[in-house]
Design a protein around this ligand. Structure first.
Ligand SMILES: Nc1ncnc2c1ncn2[C@@H]1O[C@H](COP(=O)(O)OP(=O)(O)OP(=O)(O)O)[C@@H](O)[C@H]1O
Ligand SMILES: [Mg+2]
Length: 336
């Protein structure tokens, strides 16, 4: 059986606002990524994708607080570890994390090679500058990046090149897992493709052993990851293989997300074919029943009565809806 590289069990984290209100942006979320597998996390803006990424990396700084659950990296439970130890021994070394919009946050006064020196020296302080340069050059060549980039300042690089540089830098120590938050968003279509190819190369070339790829564009994941987890209002609403989730969704929200495909158009970032009507609930006061009920065209009074559990199917999938899978399929069929 394949080894599990990253596992999250029933993780709940919350923001506490200045007015002492709690926002449960990650609510009992569980996930598992085995060696050789990639997991995509999809959902609309504000559903908790970035908060989940921060939470599973142990980045707890006010206003974000750990509430309950476990995070297991390569069989080590990091939930109970000292945050400084997590930073020193796990982050960048065992697990790498590329925050959303990381490429826009690069220090403009430093060259690419300096960022790489920071990552390597944080974990292997004995490495010389010459060794670092050789490691970086070899890795950049392997990933199809011109080594001249190492001498450049961020401002001298195009958006796509900057993002690929951020990715190459973050995996310089060949971590077991890479968690990338929207690495291809905000780029033109050609750069998006190159970024996605590079992320897939990391797996194929054995630089990383597992991948977590976060995006708000569910259909994009079909070509990128093996499995998909769909989030809505801080909770997991569906889980399955990429093929199943994209082409044969069970949950009405996943189906609705598939209908809100962004079509790229020259000169524009994209055109939304059909948005999901309504807006997600306010996480300060989430509804007590199904969180998607307000926007779901199949909702019944029972949906709003009590919280809904995630049901595991015999086929190894999972969905959070009180309507049985067969009935949902019948409803979908009748619409065609
Ligand atoms: N610093 C913060 N303080 C309070 N609430 C926050 C904070 N950051 C995020 N939130 C709230 O937490 C929820 C989840 O936000 P998060 O950024 O994780 O969503 P996301 O799925 O990553 O969205 P996007 O697709 O826009 O990146 C939202 O309701 C958001 O308003
Ligand atoms: Mg985000």
């Amino acid at each position: 059986m394949a080894k599990t590289v990253l596992e999250v069990r029933e993780l709940t984290t919350r923001y506490i606002t200045r007015f002492r209100e709690s926002i449960y942006a990650v609510d009992h979320v569980s996930l598992k990524v085995d060696e050789g597998r990639s997991l995509g996390i999809a959902g609309e803006s504000g559903c908790g994708k970035s908060t989940l990424a921060l939470s599973l990396m142990g980045y707890y700084f006010p206003p974000l607080y750990y509430t309950s659950g476990q995070i297991i990296v390569d069989e080590r439970n990091i939930t109970g570890m000292d945050p400084d130890d997590v930073r020193k021994t796990i982050l960048g070394n065992e697990v790498s994390y590329i925050p959303q919009a990381a490429m826009n946050a690069l220090n403009p006064t430093r060259r690419v090679i300096n960022f790489i020196e920071d990552v390597i020296q944080a974990h292997r302080p004995e490495t010389t500058k010459r060794e670092i340069y050789d490691m970086a050059r070899e890795r950049f060549e392997l990933l199809g990046l011109p080594p001249e980039v190492l001498e450049k300042f961020p401002v001298e690089l195009s958006g796509g090149m900057k993002q690929r540089t951020v990715i190459a830098t973050s995996v310089i120590l060949s971590p077991k897992v890479l968690v990338a938050d929207e690495p291809s968003s905000a780029l033109d279509v050609t750069s998006q493709k190159m970024v996605i190819k590079m992320v897939m190369d990391l797996m194929e070339k054995g630089i990383i052993k597992a991948l977590v790829f976060i995006t708000h564009e569910l259909p994009l994941l079909y070509n990128v990851t093996d499995d998909i987890m769909v989030m809505y209002a801080g909770q997991v609403v569906e889980r399955g293989t990429a093929q199943e989730t994209v082409f044969d969704p069970i949950h009405p929200y996943t189906r609705a997300l598939m209908g809100s495909i962004i079509v790229p158009e020259a000169g524009l970032r994209g055109v939304k074919l059909a948005a999901i009507p309504g807006t997600p609930p306010n996480l300060k006061r989430p509804p007590s029943g199904c969180r998607f009920a307000e926007r779901c065209k199949y909702a019944m009074p029972e949906c709003r009565a009590a919280s809904v559990d995630l049901h595991e199917t015999k086929a190894g999938r999972a969905y959070r809806c009180i309507i049985p899978e067969e009935d949902l399929r019948r409803l979908y069929k009748n619409e065609q």
